[in-house]
Design a protein around this ligand. Structure first.
Ligand SMILES: Cc1ncc(COP(=O)(O)O)c(C=O)c1O
Ligand SMILES: [Zn+2]
Length: 406
């Protein structure tokens, strides 16, 4: 396992000791990277070292923090060749514990929470991050405090309750939940594990980059399509590619990192099209792909930089296109995707139609979660009514995403 050199601010480059927990850069409030001595690690950690290791993200333990993992078997998810498109692959993150790729980030985050001796963690979330946090907190023996808008999808709320998290339903938006966490965390002794305010979630998610490389025998695909809310997965994979290049595992060639958002909330796409280095707050964000409902991401500037440097694209797709692709993936491929994941297929089709991608290009489409948690949206789309007597299920306002530091 890797000894951490320090945290490094993604914005101003400030280096901060990693002897204790840290949220944002104390100088500029930017998100933090975890840094190791990669050159030294490369002396003993080889691609061949992975042979025969466990099929979890902890197979890459040499580039993950030096602490006893809090694990539920996350990672090493299938890379499914598409039946319909000869060179497209579906990276199915719905098979992770708690049904989404959030498991990776929370496994790494709670590993360090336990390592640092923190007893209470808090997060404002209306979606998959909340469920993953609740599960990994239970696994770590740590108390989770989750603040959710009162009309979240029922599955997300139920799993948090089941895992024994302390759930507070807030009569407001995700931003109100975030404000409560920010106001109370000091007094209550909570460690804030919000998206990009906690540096190890990137470390967990970077393992998706390692897996793509390993699953393709160390030759990266031509493009990766990633449903972007806070952008942690894309940021993590981008970091992984740099680390692997530094270790001599891959060449300098990068996949075209392409970001898909919902047209109801597409701040990254807008900034990309306008040639801006960062996004502006998206007002009246609305999409049933709740994980993409992030009006302003803390790490937007990193995502935009990676998309541009890699020659990628940023595409907005409508909720209608998303649900059509949800249905197509289920019928054509046997994949019951989260709407966020189905957005990858919608973007792929658009990028093929525009000529940006060719059918001969090798492309990874990320299905970031299972559709099982979106039963209200699925029932509405498929016109399959929920069972009698369940009519009182709260209709989700589909609020999700992250909030700005306050
Ligand atoms: C299923 C799903 N996909 C994608 C996202 C967006 O993830 P990221 O913050 O890495 O952009 C989320 C976030 O909630 C999600 O739950
Ligand atoms: Zn900084």
């Amino acid at each position: 396992m890797a000894e951490i050199l320090h945290f490094e601010c993604a914005r101003c480059g400030e280096k901060i000791p990693a002897s204790g927990p840290q949220n944002l850069c104390p100088k500029c409030q930017g998100p933090l990277y975890v840094r190791y001595d990669i050159k030294r690690i490369a002396k003993t950690f080889r691609r061949e070292s992975l042979a025969g290791r466990e099929a979890t993200m902890w197979r890459y333990r040499e580039v993950l923090p030096d602490a006893e993992p809090v694990t539920l078997g996350e990672g090493m998810t299938p890379m499914l060749p598409s039946r319909r498109y000869p060179n497209a692959y579906i990276k199915d993150e719905g098979l992770n514990p708690t049904g989404s790729f959030k498991a990776r980030g929370m496994s790494a985050a709670l590993t360090m929470v336990r390592h640092y001796g923190i007893k209470k963690v808090a997060v404002p979330s209306a979606g998959n991050a909340a469920g993953a946090l609740a599960a990994y907190a239970a696994r770590a023996g740590v108390k989770a405090f989750i603040f959710m808008p009162k009309d979240v999808p029922i599955a997300n709320r139920m799993e948090c309750e089941a895992y024994g998290a302390n759930v507070t339903l807030v009569d407001g938006l995700i931003s109100d939940c975030g404000r409560i966490v920010a106001e109370r965390k000091e007094r209550e002794g909570w460690f804030d594990v919000s998206t990009l305010k906690e540096p190890f979630r990137i470390e967990g998610k970077k393992t998706m980059g390692y897996e793509i490389a390993e699953q393709f025998k160390w030759s990266l695909p031509d493009a990766v399509i990633y449903p972007t809310g806070g952008g942690v997965g894309l940021i993590g994979m981008w970091k992984a590619f740099d680390e692997m290049e530094e270790m001599g595992w891959i060449s300098a060639k990068r996949p075209k990192m392409s970001s898909v958002q919902s047209s109801g909330c597409a701040p990254i796409v807008k900034a990309f099209e306008e040639g801006k280095p960062a996004s502006e707050m998206w007002s009246d964000a609305e999409t049933l792909a709740s994980g993409l409902r992030v009006p302003k991401a803390l790490g937007d500037f990193i995502v935009l930089d990676a998309v541009r440097k890699s020659g990628g694209a940023a595409v907005a797709v409508s909720d209608h296109e998303i649900m059509q692709c949800f249905s197509d993936w289920a019928r054509d491929e046997g994949v019951f995707a989260a709407p966020e994941g189905a957005a990858s297929l919608a973007a792929y089709r658009k990028l093929l139609a525009s000529g940006f991608l060719k059918e001969s290009d090798k492309v990874v489409l990320f299905n970031t979660g299972t559709g099982m948690k979106y039963i209200e949206a699925v029932s509405e789309y498929l016109k399959v009514p929920l069972p009698a007597g369940k009519k009182e299920l709260p209709k989700s306002r589909n609020i999700g995403g992250i909030i700005q530091p306050s």
